[in-house]
Design a protein around this ligand. Sequence first.
Ligand SMILES: *[C@@H]1O[C@H](CO)[C@@H](O)[C@H](O)[C@H]1NC(C)=O
Ligand SMILES: *[C@@H]1O[C@H](CO)[C@@H](O)[C@H](O)[C@H]1NC(C)=O
Ligand SMILES: *[C@@H]1O[C@H](CO)[C@@H](O)[C@H](O)[C@H]1NC(C)=O
Ligand SMILES: *[C@@H]1O[C@H](CO)[C@@H](O)[C@H](O)[C@H]1NC(C)=O
Ligand SMILES: *[C@@H]1O[C@H](CO)[C@@H](O)[C@H](O)[C@H]1NC(C)=O
Ligand SMILES: *[C@@H]1O[C@H](CO)[C@@H](O)[C@H](O)[C@H]1NC(C)=O
Ligand SMILES: *[C@@H]1O[C@H](CO)[C@@H](O)[C@H](O)[C@H]1NC(C)=O
Ligand SMILES: *[C@@H]1O[C@H](CO)[C@@H](O)[C@H](O)[C@H]1NC(C)=O
Length: 367
Amino acid sequence: MVALTSCLVVADCECGFIAPRNGYLNDDLFFTNMMESKFFEMKDISRDGTWRRQQYNVSARAGRGEYGKAFAPDNVFTIAEDGDATESADSSSIGGDGIGLVVGSTVMNEAIPVAELDSARNDMHYGSYRAGMKLTAVNGTCAAFFWYFNDTQEIDMEFLSREFDPVKKIYPVNLVIQSEASRKAGYDASKTGTFKVVNLTFDPTIGFHEYRFDYLPSRVLFYADSKLLAEMNGTSVPSGPGHIILQHWSNGNPLWSGGPPTEDAVLTVSYVKAYFNSSNAIIQESAAESCRRARGDGSDSSNNDRVCTIADVTAANASTGGTFFNTSDPNKPSSGGGDDESGAVRLGKTGQTMASVMLLVLMIACL
Ligand SMILES: *[C@@H]1O[C@H](CO)[C@@H](O)[C@H](O)[C@H]1NC(C)=O
Ligand SMILES: *[C@@H]1O[C@H](CO)[C@@H](O)[C@H](O)[C@H]1NC(C)=O
Ligand SMILES: *[C@@H]1O[C@H](CO)[C@@H](O)[C@H](O)[C@H]1NC(C)=O
Ligand SMILES: *[C@@H]1O[C@H](CO)[C@@H](O)[C@H](O)[C@H]1NC(C)=O
Ligand SMILES: *[C@@H]1O[C@H](CO)[C@@H](O)[C@H](O)[C@H]1NC(C)=O
Ligand SMILES: *[C@@H]1O[C@H](CO)[C@@H](O)[C@H](O)[C@H]1NC(C)=O
Ligand SMILES: *[C@@H]1O[C@H](CO)[C@@H](O)[C@H](O)[C@H]1NC(C)=O
Ligand SMILES: *[C@@H]1O[C@H](CO)[C@@H](O)[C@H](O)[C@H]1NC(C)=O
């Protein structure tokens, strides 16, 4: 039972998370689960179990581009606190702490080196999804933060660096829902009602800003620094669970990504915060159970309802995302918590097996 207390990595939030109503939402949003990743503190993304660096190739033809795309794990790297990239030759041009996703300027076998990082879990249903990002000023890439189920159920925030014009101070973001309608339009969402280009009010290549979308029943709201950019609603909005993707790519298509870039281009992601409902019945039940347990343990007389309120992020705190509910150290191997393991060592062999089972249960409960 020692182990039970360490589930409190999400201290006091056992009963879920509220995104408070704002000028755009009529009601508070309520979610039971979360996933928070402090990329700005992480020293080695390859050791993190929450995220998966992708490896696959897309031919020019399949990607409807002039070049293919070569997604490789090495193109996703951690930028340590001192500004050094662990796997990048030149870190001086990166200049921020977080995960770097690089689009290389050296075309190999007619493919452009590109980067993708996916959440390992794919039970992410209705939710509020947020990322602190600094975009590249290098012409010729597409940076994307999106939720994905399949090609007709996808919610995207996409940034085309060729559209950034520092002289005229124009910085558009493309907001897209891919749907059955966009499939019928040859995946050109601009021919559907769920495509909007919005001009940002700041230069997204200079500092970190928080990009967010709330995926709700029949409704999606897009934000930058907690200010509404657009709302989309209706039958094109997805309805199922999916996963979160960070992507930085180029395929030479002059109508979209442009490129290839003439120098390596880096997208830096400082953090991701996701508050959502899981589509997994076991995880739903264990969330409900940990709420019942927390409210019922009587150890807390402060009348705490164990629901945490999510604070907005502005440009002032998007480089580190402000407060996190997840207090785990991102540089410790992800288990239910270090204390469980040291506790388990003192037990005998059967105890150890029991502890491992407990740990597994807790890991699910803590998700
Ligand atoms: C998330 O799940 C909870 C518990 O089932 C429910 O009360 C809430 O309305 C759901 N949130 C959304 C946005 O659907
Ligand atoms: C992708 O293509 C490159 C050559 O361009 C090759 O070296 C690599 O093995 C391929 N990767 C996969 C996952 O097929
Ligand atoms: C995506 O999933 C939905 C629901 O399962 C399905 O109806 C649709 O055909 C799928 N789209 C693609 C492109 O596979
Ligand atoms: C980016 O490059 C494309 C192609 O060379 C060019 O048309 C476009 O004007 C450039 N964008 C900016 C902002 O300079
Ligand atoms: C964005 O700015 C450009 C240049 O000023 C303008 O042409 C365009 O209409 C603006 N887009 C929106 C959605 O306001
Ligand atoms: C749908 O979105 C539009 C903005 O695109 C908004 O004006 C309208 O109120 C929304 N409708 C509903 C039912 O949320
Ligand atoms: C971000 O900063 C604002 C004030 O600048 C503060 O109100 C908010 O709570 C902070 N957000 C988080 C998540 O800490
Ligand atoms: C909390 O952070 C740790 C370390 O980065 C990570 O392994 C874990 O998945 C996170 N848990 C949640 C619920 O976000």
